[in-house]
Write a protein that binds this ligand. Sequence first.
Ligand code: DQA
Length: 141
Amino acid sequence: MKILILNGPNLNLLGKREPGIYGARGFEDYFAELCGRFPEVEFEYFQSNVEGELINKIHEVGFSWDGIVLNAGAYTHTSVALQDAIRGVNTPVVEVHISNVHAREEFRHRSLISCACLGVICGFGLDSYRLAVEALIAHKG
Ligand code: DQA
């Protein structure tokens, strides 16, 4: 099984960025742990601060890979283009957020991508990514 972990804007700063909200751990460190937990899964990790690069990556894997775990960061709340990209491919996408966006500012309550995703996981810290991988494995059956 091949799963892409796709992180959007500002998530390269995990560990340094607002640690009270997003925690003190960098993503590369967490990614190594995630890979170790699912030896049967082939993972790739890609992060970009650029909306079009996220879209290009979805197009690249979206017709052949088994799943995408997407934390679109703030583009979650703004990007019709990302919604269209998710709708345009066959690979199931799970939307994740580290924080509970529904317990935060009102502008974070709306997601423009949820309606195109298989499901949404938010609020469990970095463990949200593991839960999303479990969901993709269960979905594949
Ligand atoms: C986030 C939540 C978003 O509202 C925010 O813009 C982020 C991170 C999260 O993982 O909690 O950049 O997606």
